[in-house]
Ligand binder design. Structure first.
Ligand SMILES: CC(C)(COP(=O)(O)OP(=O)(O)OC[C@H]1O[C@@H](n2cnc3c(N)ncnc32)[C@H](O)[C@@H]1OP(=O)(O)O)[C@@H](O)C(=O)NCCC(=O)NCCS
Length: 159
């Protein structure tokens, strides 16, 4: 069980640039730089901060410190738009806070939010964390490629 508290980014919209910097540094190589610059990532999160329903972002706090985030979005990589229409995306826990259950708590909260939003099926893609998501009830749909990188597609029925 994580001691972190998970709140909507809408409660702390000023965090958007910092979260965007984390995300862009970690995942920039999966996207066309013309489509997803640091500015675009920041603008996307500022937009997420305007609402608590999809597309939106949840933030985990350890005390007052942001420790990680996850997003519930309509599309993630454009290459997978035909696969699904609701995605868990951008799960990230800052290195200093890993291994304390925050990642799992963010995934569970995102799936619960999807259920409240009436999402009947939620997808994600992951390059290397199939086991992490499988332990949380996600189904491995098999391998795929994204801009030259091997990933796995996974899904879950939100409940
Ligand atoms: C993946 C990530 C979100 C996990 O966050 P975290 O807060 O450390 O995760 P938790 O503490 O909740 O859970 C860690 C558990 O997952 C397990 N785990 C981590 N990676 C795993 C993997 N690839 N396969 C199987 N289990 C894995 C750990 O062994 C640990 O298990 P335990 O609880 O039984 O000890 C974090 O490492 C991270 O931000 N990584 C960089 C971004 C990233 O890769 N995000 C996922 C994108 S798909």
């Amino acid at each position: 069980m994580s001691a972190a508290v998970i709140r909507p980014l809408a409660d702390a919209p000023g965090l958007a640039p910092m979260l965007a910097a984390w995300h862009h540094a970690h995942w920039g190589h999966f996207y066309d730089p013309a489509d997803w610059s640091l500015q675009a990532a920041t603008d996307e999160l500022r937009d997420h901060a305007t609402r608590c329903g999809r597309p939106t972002t949840l933030v985990a706090f350890e005390g007052d410190e942001p420790a990680g985030s996850v997003s519930l979005v309509d599309e993630d990589a454009p290459e997978f738009n035909g696969v699904g229409d609701a995605w868990l995306a951008s799960l990230f826990v800052r290195p200093a806070s890993r291994g304390r259950g925050i990642g799992k708590a963010l995934v569970r909260e995102c799936v619960a939010l999807a259920a409240r939003e009436g999402v009947s099926r939620l997808w994600l893609f992951t390059p290397e964390h199939v086991g992490f998501y499988a332990a949380l009830g996600w189904r491995d749909l098999g391998a795929a490629h994204l801009r030259g990188h091997a990933v796995h597609l996974m899904d879950i029925i939100p409940a």
